[in-house]
Structure formats: C-alpha cells, structure tokens
Design a protein around this ligand. Sequence first.
Ligand SMILES: [Zn+2]
Length: 100
Amino acid sequence: MKEIIDKMNAIELQTRELLEKAQMLENQKNLMSTLMECSEFDHTWVIGNITSTLTEIHQIDVFCTRCGSTASHVVHRKEYAIPIYSGTEEPLSTLVGEEE
Ligand SMILES: [Zn+2]
C-alpha cells in the first residue's frame, strides 16, 4: 500500500512540475510573440516614474505596454541632469535659482 501511495505522490509531484514548466513556456511564447510585434511596430513606450527636483530631471523610467520591457535613464552626475524649461522656454534654474 505504501509503495502505491509513494508512486502516486511522485506522479503528482511530476505533474505539478510539468504544469509549471508548461506555464513558463507559455509565458515565454507570449513574450516572443509580443517582441515580434514590437520589432515590427517599435515598442509602445509609456513613461513610468520620474525623479526630479523643481528645475531638473534625474531619472526617467519607461515601459512598453505591449511586451512589458522596461528601460531607465539614470543621471549620476549633476552636470548631466535634464534641465526643465518653462512654457516660455526659459530654464527653470535661471527663473528660480539652483536648488540643493
Ligand atoms: Zn515592446
């Protein structure tokens, strides 16, 4: 009896592992399918989080709504920060002064 139960448990375990593997392969297939679309139509970027002060941007995160890819531009040095301009195209840093 114990041998039969052990075999049943082993089969159940193997079934679970195969289902997990099948799900993983299905996810990979979906990713490849959406990547193929993005290779044809380009990614559909949406802006995610932005880290900034009043006068400059230090980080921009984007993600693709089709394939789920992400990209992040992080500025590590102050001189490479992206300046923010007013509606009249003046740098905010000259309007309000440098922040720190
Ligand atoms: Zn994409």
